[in-house]
Design a protein around this ligand. Structure first.
Ligand SMILES: [Zn+2]
Length: 394
């Protein structure tokens, strides 16, 4: 099936480059304990009458079953589509083809980041709305209007841009607190990059956000709030989720990981952290072992090292406290594995987003930054230990 590409520069860009400020977000974001059980009510607001629910096999016997109950209570017709685990071109086309004859007016994507991204792709191909119910707060995917597609080995393949953000994002914090602590922590790794990448774009007038325009003040403000929320509440939220307990800190961190981070990266812009994180997926042995947010954490440290930022040590200490990787060894790599490091650098160097940095970025500079971040991270591990990391990775 062919799909129209919505590379956004064509839509918003003006002859005078970077003269437009554009802000993107979902029309409605709903978060709280138990909200999943009201999703049938919410769907009435967008006149959804024929819904295809996308979930994993596990999801259909857990959260997605509450979703189906709520839909049937409101008399909304629904069908089931089982997601096989990778947001790949094949998986997306398979679902789009299977669902085409039933003409759903809404795809309801219930699951983790890759499922969420696949849901957006399928809805776009079927020209219908998409509603996202993330079951993990591990990534910045739910609120954005882009999807990252991977090969069946988990290597980043391409990014698709859509003309709209999801119609609703519904986050049930009862579901999030019953998921593993490691997912919430990975979400913090993803979310911590938001402000540091948006800050680069805000400070450099030659840069643009994900739709090729200048970031708004709103995007910068909520990106900064995202980082502050993590520093203030991250450790407490992780501890609460470890004990399957909800709290004000959990609610704040879930919002930072999902809403602030999702809007922040798309409308605020990216710099080095995400391109570098996505380049780590080239090393296929890492892809089953590490989550997106854990790779982004490593990308953020290299970016801060490259900027000579005074925040490098503060962020490393925070990552150690919550259990994110802070050196190559914790990402099952070594500075001595030259061929792997070179492959990561080669891929990152080709990504046009790294040009958002406020200075010329050479391959040598990327290598030096990875090494510097690794050295400081290793020093901090010897000073503060790696208890949280070991707990999450045992
Ligand atoms: Zn991300």
């Amino acid at each position: 099936m062919t799909t129209k590409s919505f590379f956004p520069r064509n839509i918003y860009a003006q002859p005078n480059v970077n003269s437009s400020r554009v802000f993107l977000s979902p029309p409605r974001y709903i978060q709280g304990p138990g909200v999943i059980r009201n999703c049938g009510l919410y769907l009435q607001l967008i006149n959804a009458n024929n819904v295809a629910v996308l979930a994993s096999k596990r999801g259909f016997s857990a959260e997605a079953s509450d979703v189906l109950t709520s839909l049937s209570k409101e008399g909304i017709a629904c069908s089931k589509a089982e997601f096989l685990g990778e947001c790949s071109r094949e998986e997306v086309e398979r679902h789009a083809n299977n669902l085409m004859s039933s003409k759903p007016d809404c795809i309801l994507a219930v699951g983790g980041g890759k499922l969420v991204d696949a849901g957006k792709c399928i809805a776009h191909r079927l020209n219908c709305q998409v509603v996202i119910i993330p079951t993990l707060a591990s990534n910045d995917a739910p609120c954005s209007s882009i999807s990252v597609l991977y090969t069946s080995d988990g290597v980043k393949d391409l990014v698709e841009y859509f003309p709209q953000n999801p119609a609703f994002v519904i986050v049930d914090t009862e579901v999030i607190v019953n998921a593993s602590e490691r997912y919430l922590v990975a979400g913090m790794g993803d979310a911590m990059a938001t402000w540091y990448e948006a800050r680069v774009c805000e400070d450099n007038p030659a840069t643009s956000n994900l739709v090729g325009c200048r970031p708004t003040l709103a995007a910068s403000a909520l990106s900064e709030k995202c980082a502050h929320t993590l520093f203030e509440h991250g450790v407490c939220a992780a501890e609460n989720v470890r004990n399957n307990k909800n709290s004000d800190s959990v609610e704040r961190v879930v919002e930072a990981n999902t809403l602030l981070s999702g809007i922040g990266f798309e409308s605020g812009g990216l710099a080095l952290a995400h391109p570098l994180a996505n380049s780590y997926t080239e090393i296929t042995r890492l892809n089953k072992k590490y989550l997106h947010g854990e790779m982004v954490a490593m990308g953020t440290l290299a970016q801060l090292a490259m900027e000579n930022s005074k925040d490098l040590e503060k962020v490393i200490k925070f990552f150690i406290d919550v259990g994110l990787p802070v050196n190559l060894e914790q990402l099952s790599m070594s500075p001595l594995q030259k061929s792997e490091i070179d492959m990561v650098i080669e891929t990152a160097f080709k990504n046009p987003l790294i040009k958002n940095m406020n200075f010329e970025v050479s391959k040598e500079l990327i290598l030096d930054s990875i090494k510097k971040a690794d050295e400081v991270g290793t020093h901090f591990v010897s000073k503060y230990g790696d208890e949280a990391y070991r707990r999450l990775h045992s």
